[in-house]
Design a protein around this ligand. Structure first.
Ligand code: ZN
Length: 150
């Protein structure tokens, strides 16, 4: 198990736009594994590569239904809305209510370079939006209402 250091708010890398992954190298596979280890260690449900200092379009998610690795994720379709308190491993101690779609359909590549489609409701819909936002330098505090200290 290899843990990576989680970057926190104030680190300018969290505000940068990430680059597409054009080749799934051994290093990308190691990064994905390390990100899952780091996410589980921190009791998170999602982690995006810029949060460990890598400006590539890679996210990992596990909302309790097993690990999902998404390379170059794109949100294709959204429906409805839900408002829930959200937090972020890069913004420790803060929570805020965020309005997100209640249904999200995303496409991505998996670690074998195959196209996959992920559909999510409830927490998975939130995680798909939250983690994809990270790849464009967006944080939940940009759109949250009433941010409070946890
Ligand atoms: Zn986050």
């Amino acid at each position: 198990m290899a843990l990576r250091q989680i970057r926190v708010e104030g680190d300018e890398i969290l505000r940068k736009k990430c680059r597409e992954i054009t080749k799934i190298t051994k290093n990308i596979k190691i990064l994905a594994k390390d990100m899952l280890d780091t996410m589980y260690d921190a009791n998170g449900v999602g982690l995006a590569a810029p949060q460990v200092g890598i400006l590539k379009r890679l996210v990992v998610i596990d909302v309790g239904e097993g690990p999902i690795v998404l390379i170059n994720p794109k949100i294709d379709e959204v429906k409805g809305e839900q408002i829930n308190p959200e937090g972020c491993l890069s913004i420790p101690g803060k929570v805020g209510n965020v309005k997100r779609p209640s249904y999200v359909k995303a496409q991505a590549l998996n670690l074998d370079g195959e196209e996959i489609v992920v559909e999510g409701t409830e927490l998975l819909a939130v995680a798909l939006c939250h983690e994809t936002d990270h790849l464009d330098g967006k944080l939940f505090i940009d759109i949250a209402e009433e941010i409070s200290e946890d």
